[in-house]
Design a protein around this ligand. Sequence first.
Ligand code: NAD
Length: 265
Amino acid sequence: MVVVAILGAAGRVGKRLVHRILEDETFSLAAAVGRADASTAFEDAGRTAGAGFAGIPIGVLEDECFFGAEVVIDFSQPDALIAALPFLNGAALVTGTTGLTAEQDAALDAYAKTAPVVAAANFSAGVTVLADLVARAAKALPDADIEVVESHHRHKVDAPSGTALFLAQSAAAARGVQLADVADHGRHGRTGERVSGRIGMHALRMGDVVGEHEVWLASDGDRLRLGHVATSRDTFAVGALRAAVWARGRAPGRYTMQDVLGLHA
Ligand code: NAD
């Protein structure tokens, strides 16, 4: 049995995590944490998730809030994740929160010196495999124009998505360049002709789209389109729980979903 706690338990992904944990005997829910000013504060985590009574109230970030957890799974906001680090007490961390600054990412690196940290912009196994395919295609087609297009629901607050950046980084790394040096975010006005080697990034925000990513590699005479559609947030919850099982008891360090899937082996 893997004992887990959830940070962001009342959130869209957090609720799916609570749901799956409560119906899977592999896991036990030790604690659930959310915002103190949320309407769900101190409500039962199971009922909030629509999964029936769990006997675990959604607490706030404070000493011992993750007490007993072997793995803390975080899908919240960057400031919440950073504020939670002092309370983890050596637990493994599986974090899906996106939009971290370089400084916030360095704080994760520091925690990874003391415990295993699996951080992924997308915990879907399908997206992880997609990134692998994108890297192979970008390398095999060095002259292809690469464009990354992502779609998400209207509530998403950061753009481009962490997943789009991850896919673009996979392509850039395969070509031996830094994404920051080649990325074109959206296009507007007199942009001039497309410059070879650039990677275009485009974000659509609409309706209730869970998450869709397409990577185009276009050459003279053909276009290759690689893509992934998340049909429900369960894909993130399932992947994060797979990562939690993998991370428990592992050596301190920073790991990715590729490590969890064995794609780096
Ligand atoms: P959400 O807004 O529905 O949920 C976020 C939760 O975090 C809420 O319950 C909120 O109360 C809680 N929270 C926010 N600030 C807090 C604080 N200071 N202290 C305690 N709790 C706090 O968001 P979501 O759609 O569930 O996504 C959460 C994060 O995960 C986002 O960064 C999103 O981009 C990311 N995400 C990652 C993946 C992935 O696979 N890596 C998939 C989907 C979403």
